[in-house]
Design a protein around this ligand. Sequence first.
Ligand SMILES: [Zn+2]
Length: 292
Amino acid sequence: MVAASRLVAQPAPAARLDWSADDTSRIAWLEQHGRTIVTRYAVVVAPTDSVSAAWQQALADSLDRGLAAVRRLIGAPMPWQRIAERPVKFYLSPDRFVSHASGHDAVFISLWRARDGMAPFLHEATHELLAAAPPFAPWEYPDSAAEARAAARWPLWLTEGIPDYVAQTVAAESGWHEGDIFAIGGLAKVDSVCAARVVTNGRRAEIIRAVGAAGRVEALFTTDRASVAPAFYACAQSMAKYLVETIGLTQAIALFPAIKTNRVDEEVRRAAGVPLAELRRRWLARLRLSDV
Ligand SMILES: [Zn+2]
């Protein structure tokens, strides 16, 4: 038995978030209550009772142009791409959740974020465009040992930072409005935003350790997400920008299929002439951040 006062003083333990658990029911609900608009590169599914056909058509047309620009920028089609020439399907669901990609050509975005201009449409769509043929994500491996190995080598900074880099580049060039959930402010500001957020973050060691290296920040996937995500996403985007400046976007994109074969370090060394760890050290120095 623990005194009630002690219970009150204890912070709630972090619980695991699973933002895709309801995706099947989101699709089922939208099939009943939604309208589907199809363009060459984007399919938008949204509830008829809360979205006008004109608004939805305008969004679909903008996304079509945005995704054509993303495809040009990344050099698609590429033989290893899972999505091939298929469009990305955007499910705008009325409930509130963390926007996410699925690996099934589909992304899920809260309708209220889309209406507020806060939806990371191109970031999520780029996840679909950069997914290699399965198994790619750790959970796509058939047994738990293979899944654990894939998770340990998974470079989350790269798989989140490059979609941010791509979305921000297309937004700057085309006038597309990409939602900026973590208020980073674009590629010109990302280095200073990362540095400022990391030095004041109580979990800076966890965050810095995962940028430019294999693995992920576990707190991103729990109810502690809000305490690490603004700094992690800024720094992942900053490191991705540094990588692209060093080896070029084509070589950076070519790292995605190399995740499957555990050849990311080898490919970086071949393209940059130095190991990824050295690039990471140079990036930290540029931002005047100390290593952990
Ligand atoms: Zn993402």
